[in-house]
Write a new protein. Structure first.
Length: 614
């Protein structure tokens, strides 16, 4: 047979025709590995569900993604792989988010839509990681954590930016997206591990979890029986020596993180500060809705009376201990009335009288959760969800208006473009509040001295961007943080527990104690190391419990959290004042953003290369 005609090649010359790279033939999965397509994502979904409330077996997250990682190297039809991944992710998000439907039948649409949306990120993650795996020689122990953290960060920030662009708003009034159920949140009770959040935020913990899962997967993948049974009958991608090296690096990172956490936990968390009384009402949401939005008929008037009576019952118990605290805090929108200012900083006569009445009742400064109406200098009338601060003398001091509004709960996104979305709001009337414009620093005169504090309302404590300004910026960091919330929407479900778990990260990130006053619970004091301080029951008056948090209180076991849900009470505590700084508070999400930049760099590299593996 004649030899093929070839073009002459000379030293340093460029070929006249491009050379063609021949890829190896495609690999098909073994018959025993085919069920992996469907079973692996479902198994990971079950394991992940067990990591969060109501089960909350957090240590399972360190192995929960190992089955899912089989899909990264599993040959087969991409459409089938991505469909199975999306269905598996949906099998996690639907049950873990089921509390979102409790508020109102119309919220079923929100629950399902949010689950569908979050599941798309897991599918996108598989696509990106497989692309990097097939087109680069980068180790999975690097690419998978980088991509996963990038998508967690993107999921948190995408919704707000997108809605602001659609509305043509220069004010990013929804600065965060949906920041729940990140991998790192599963470790909220492993305090020595999560102290790194004051450097990397919760994303550093997520990165470690993802990396450990990869190491365990690579160890299994080195075994021929595992590849033949669950993936394909192909040689291992990495030698055992390489896998040991990767595991050593991850183990060093993990040990270093724990060592850093133990060092941080060994430090004092602060000096005793002001005494606070945290009011926890137990008002059913149906009563609250009737109190706020009921018609001016007998039923509406009865709902308003009932709401006021239930709040006053708890307030009266707190007032019995007047003189024992410097500050009383009430939950979000505690009272059916509206705080009114005819000009910014100038309350109406009725509002001024109400403020004076509350200060006199408690003989202390008061932070009131109220709906507010403010007339600005141009005569515009704006409504806010506010925290109103009243001094011990009964005079209005300042007001914080909620910045991060909840879509459909406090405004209808892109209503001008899609007006039918109004039907998804859980109200029979138009309830829309404007976004706040500043992070208010309140000044508190207490017996022990003068302190400053910041307030976050409702789900703002799940958004790092809402707490971080109080611990950074040009102004002096505040001494402590407060969260007022109405979790009565969710009627004792796992939302209450998960909400508290996420809030622990805000305290660590800012290195500031956080006190919570929550309708239907869980009210708590979280110190700057993330400990939920254990309260001690001191008395019960007509069904209203009074708890006292000792100065040297230990961390409240998670198994006991349920005892503080759906019960009325008053939580008395001395706020621990921590003066330590925080790199996270100063520089923000540098770590998560760096992962995003690395992911983009990796993908650009992959796009410029031909496939090198199958």
């Amino acid at each position: 047979m004649a030899s093929p005609i070839t073009q002459p090649q000379y030293a340093g010359a460029t070929p006249l025709m491009p050379q063609t790279q021949v890829n190896p033939p495609p690999v098909t999965p073994t018959a025993s590995a085919i069920p992996t397509v469907w079973l692996a994502p479902m198994l990971s979904a079950v394991l992940l569900y067990l990591c969060y409330f109501p089960v909350a077996v957090g240590w399972l997250v360190w192995v929960a993604l190992v089955p899912w990682l089989c899909l990264v190297r599993l040959p087969g039809r991409p459409r089938r792989l991505y469909l199975a991944t999306w269905l598996g992710a949906l099998a996690f998000f639907l049950p873990v988010l089921q509390w979102a439907r409790v508020a109102d039948p119309r919220m079923y649409v929100t629950w399902i839509t949010l689950s569908l949306y979050c599941a798309c990120y897991v599918t996108l993650g598989l696509y990106l990681v497989r692309r990097l795996e097939h087109r680069t020689q980068l180790p999975l122990v690097l690419t998978f954590p980088v991509v996963w953290v990038s998508l967690e960060f993107f999921r948190w920030g995408f919704i707000g930016s997108f809605l602001s662009i659609l509305q043509g708003s220069h004010q990013h009034d929804v600065p965060g997206g949906f920041g729940w159920y990140l991998l790192g949140h599963s470790q909220h009770d492993f305090l020595s591990l999560i102290q790194i959040a004051d450097v990397t935020g919760v994303y550093g913990v997520s990165f470690l979890i993802a990396a450990v899962n990869v190491v365990l997967f690579e160890i299994l993948y080195c075994s021929g029986w595992f590849r033949r049974a669950f993936v394909s009958d192909t040689p291992a991608r990495w030698s055992k020596v390489a896998v040991v090296g990767q595991g050593g690096v991850v183990a060093a990172l993990l040990l270093g993180t724990v060592a850093y956490g133990m060092w941080r936990l060994s430090e004092p968390v602060g000096q005793p500060g002001p005494r606070v009384a945290l009011v926890q009402t137990n008002v059913d949401q149906r009563i609250r809705l009737g109190g706020f939005f009921g018609q001016d008929d007998e039923d509406g008037r009865e709902k308003r009376k009932e709401m006021t009576r239930l709040v006053d019952e708890v307030a009266d118990v707190a007032a019995r201990r007047r003189g024992q605290f410097d500050l009383v805090v009430t939950p979000e929108t505690s009272y059916p009335g509206t705080w009114t200012e005819f000009a910014p900083g100038r309350p109406s006569e009725n509002s001024g009288e109400f403020a004076e009445e509350k200060a006199l009742e408690f003989k202390a400064s008061v932070l009131l959760g109220l709906n507010s109406t403010v007339h600005d200098q141009e005569g515009h009338r704006l409504s806010y969800n506010s925290a109103v601060f009243v001094g011990r003398d009964g005079r209005f001091r300042d007001r914080y208006d909620k910045v991060h509004r909840v879509p459909f709960g406090e405004y209808i996104p892109v209503r001008s473009l899609l007006p039918f979305l109004s039907y998804l709001a859980p109200y029979d009337t138009d309830y829309t509040v404007a976004p706040g414009q500043k992070f208010t620093r309140f000044a508190l005169e207490a017996k022990a001295g003068r302190y400053t504090f910041g307030a976050v309302i409702c789900y703002e404590d799940t958004d790092p961007a809402m707490s971080r300004p109080y611990a950074s910026g040009d102004d002096q960091p505040v001494d402590f943080l407060l969260n007022i919330s109405n979790d009565g929407w969710f009627d004792g479900s796992s939302e209450h527990d998960q909400h508290l778990a996420i809030c622990r990260f805000r305290a660590i990130e800012c290195r500031r104690a956080m006190a919570r006053s929550v309708n239907m619970g869980i009210s708590a004091v979280i110190d700057s190391a993330g400990r939920v301080l254990t309260p001690r029951l001191v008395e019960e008056v007509k069904g209203v419990r009074v708890w006292e948090v000792p100065t040297a209180a230990a961390s409240l076991p998670v198994r006991d959290w349920h005892e503080y849900k759906q019960v009325a009470g008053v939580l008395l505590a001395t706020m621990p004042i921590d003066s330590r700084g925080s790199l996270y508070a100063r520089f923000g999400d540098v770590f998560a953003a760096s992962c995003g930049l690395l992911a983009v760099l990796f993908l650009v590299t992959a796009w410029r290369r031909s496939e090198v593996t199958t």
